[in-house]
Design a protein around this ligand. Structure first.
Ligand code: AMP
Ligand code: ZN
Ligand code: FE
Ligand code: FE
Length: 274
């Protein structure tokens, strides 16, 4: 069984719409995927419908943004009710806050770097069906305007979390994101936990109801996997994994990276996947 439990679509900052994600997952020989867009579940039902009759299993999901001490913390939610009122309220609020934050990042770029970008250009790059605007849309504009060569350079030099123009989402605390997922009937899993925050955040998040850690990722080194698995074991948490797939430019297709059943067995049992 080949799983990929972390995938973005055009509802947030991914390149493919839900129908094309499902087609790509089938072409990539995946058996189970989760649609985990930033702060929205807009693509979940379209993907579930597109997968009907195909044998591909689609787990409804999301990836909620939160902030602790200026650092972005992402909480995945598996098997959420995509229509849960608490998620719809979060989505409406996130849409507005992300728009305002984008304005402030653009102001920062003008002030700190002398780079002029318009919000309209960013919204045009995001496209008409986009639910959540995010830094990757701004990154595309900066690349198109020759301020950087590629995504890695634009994040390193201009809009990464460590850059002077960076503005955190400040939507909520990580514990609140965990609670929102639980209220929406889902399983909260900490996405790509930064190792330097693990000691400080693991206990408060687990106490808030966190149920898993994302351990298996394409770029994860064996030493990092070891550390995260030990942390998960210490608080009796599930381990999870996925590609965090966003775009075609990274030259990776869905199914290139996958997680085997044995690596995430207890999570699959909790999700009722056999
Ligand atoms: P935002 O939700 O607006 O803060 O944007 C976060 C998204 O930006 C992530 O999900 C990634 O898609 C992308 N991102 C963040 N850091 C980097 C990086 N260093 N290189 C490439 N993409 C990044
Ligand atoms: Zn993203
Ligand atoms: Fe993330
Ligand atoms: Fe992600």
């Amino acid at each position: 069984m080949r799983l990929d439990l972390h995938i973005h679509t055009t509802a947030s900052d991914g390149d493919l719409d839900p129908e094309n994600i499902v087609a790509a997952a089938i072409a990539g020989a995946l058996d189970v995927i989760s649609i985990t867009d930033h702060d929205t579940t807009a693509a979940v039902m379209p993907a579930v419908r597109a997968a009907e009759g195909s044998g591909l299993r689609v787990i409804p999901g999301t990836e909620l943004s939160s902030t602790r001490a200026g650092r972005e913390i992402h909480i995945l939610g598996y098997d959420v009710d995509p229509e849960a009122p608490v998620l719809q309220a979060h989505r409406t609020r996130a849409r507005e806050i992300r728009l305002d934050r984008m304005r402030r990042i653009i102001e920062g770029l003008a002030r700190e770097e002398g780079i002029r970008v318009s919000l309209d250009d960013v919204l045009a790059a995001a496209g008409p069906n986009r639910d959540m605007v995010g830094r990757p849309h701004l990154a595309q504009v900066l690349i198109d305007q020759n301020h950087a060569r590629d995504f890695s350079e634009v994040f390193r030099k201009l809009i990464g979390d460590h850059c002077p123009s960076f503005v955190s989402t400040d939507l909520q605390a990580p514990e609140e994101a965990v609670e929102t997922i639980l209220e929406a009937g889902g399983l909260p899993v900490w996405a790509h936990p930064p190792l330097d925050l693990l000691d400080d955040l693991l206990d408060p998040l687990a106490d808030a109801g966190l149920l898993g850690l994302e351990v298996h990722r394409p770029e994860a080194r064996p030493s990092q996997i070891k550390r995260l698995r030990a942390a998960a074991r210490s608080r009796d948490l599930f381990t999870s994994g996925g590609s965090d797939w966003h775009n075609l430019r990274r030259n990776s297709t869905l199914g290139t990276f996958w997680v085997g059943r044995s690596k995430v067995e207890p999570l699959l049992e909790a999700l009722g996947i056999d």
